[in-house]
Design a binder for this molecule. Structure first.
Ligand code: CKP
Ligand code: MG
Length: 310
């Protein structure tokens, strides 16, 4: 089957309910924006691969085990002597959480263009990248730019979720690198602020979308949180509302949205249906603890439309 591949850094997220300063139980989850997308797509029945570098440690083993259980292919994962990264997630309210990374000099940051060549050397239907990876290290930046360039050269469609992380790099740094990543992508996704970083001349969302489309991007998708999402295709501007849901844990919702949007596109659905599927998966992610644990299988996609207790 044609593969959907994504690559980046996977982390172990340790989640607290309440302030980290008072201690208490933490729950342990496999995380990382690209891993989240890989799992979401595998749940929907796609042949999905995740590539990256994991530590040769228990946490790396835990991530591999989680991916195996979700039927995500990890053939090209490399192990390294550096540790697997950790992130603490402190939930102060369901909507407000803080993230603390322990990812400096982690195994994941050792990703190189050579890793990318091994990963992309196969039947590849789609590649998904994020703006987190280029913020990790020089090598990881080279790797992800090389991946995008490989797709352009081989005419393989690819997508980019901007995912700006202020704890990893500055807006100025991001604005210098991101346009090289997004150029020619089939789909670029982000919040309005994130899209503006990928299109430095674009001051408003409309202007940023226009600039991205002019650089050869096929579709620009803005995530508007509780207000839903908006897609710009050059010919149309389309809106979709968010699904009302009681938030349990909002981290990972963006990746779920991205996976929903991409899956509907890969299914040949129109832009309205892509937005709807994105918002639907976002709602599933928000309603459950963990980035991807609550995501639906394909036969559960209509679960939120059914009445209670059915
Ligand atoms: O934008 P999202 O909330 O969907 O992304 C969450 C992920 O990779 C989370 O798993 C975390 O590990 C990260 O983004 C990150 O590096 O911040
Ligand atoms: Mg995001």
């Amino acid at each position: 089957a044609p593969r959907i591949v994504t690559l980046g850094e996977a982390l172990v997220s340790l989640r607290s309910v309440g302030p980290l300063t008072i201690g208490g139980p933490l729950s342990m989850h496999a995380a990382g924006a690209e891993l989240n997308v890989a799992v979401a797509l595998a749940r929907l029945g796609y042949a999905s691969s995740w590539g990256g570098v994991l530590g040769d440690d228990e946490l790396g083993e835990f991530i591999l085990r989680s991916l195996a259980a979700e039927r995500v292919d990890t053939t090209h994962v490399r192990r390294d002597t550096r540790p697997t990264a950790i992130m603490f997630l402190e939930a102060r309210t369901p909507e407000v959480s803080r993230i603390f990374y322990h990812r400096k000099d982690s195994a994941g940051a050792r990703l190189s263009p050579h890793d990318v060549d091994r990963l992309l050397d196969r039947d590849l239907a789609w590649l998904h990248l994020t703006g987190i990876t280029p913020a990790l290290s020089e090598g990881a930046r080279a790797a992800v730019l090389h991946a995008a360039q490989t797709c352009r050269r081989r005419s393989v469609p690819f997508s980019v979720d901007v995912n700006f992380r202020s704890k990893l790099w500055s807006e100025q740094e991001a604005a210098e690198v991101l346009p090289w990543l997004t150029e020619g992508a089939e789909v670029v996704i982000g919040s309005p602020e994130e899209l503006a970083l990928a299109a430095p001349a674009g001051k408003t969302l409309e202007a940023a979308a226009e600039e991205l489309l002019a650089s050869g991007v096929g579709e620009v998708v803005a995530k508007l949180g509780a207000a839903g999402a908006r897609a710009f295709t050059g010919r149309h501007v389309l809106d979709a509302p968010a699904f009302p849901v009681r938030a349990v844990d909002t981290v990972g919702a963006g990746d779920a949205f991205t996976a929903g949007y991409l899956s509907a596109r890969l299914d040949g659905e129109d832009v309205a249906a892509r937005l709807r599927r994105g918002c639907l998966l976002g709602a599933f992610a928000v309603g459950h603890l963990g980035d991807w644990e609550g995501l639906p299988r394909r036969d559960e996609l209509d679960l939120l439309d059914r009445g209670p207790g059915e």
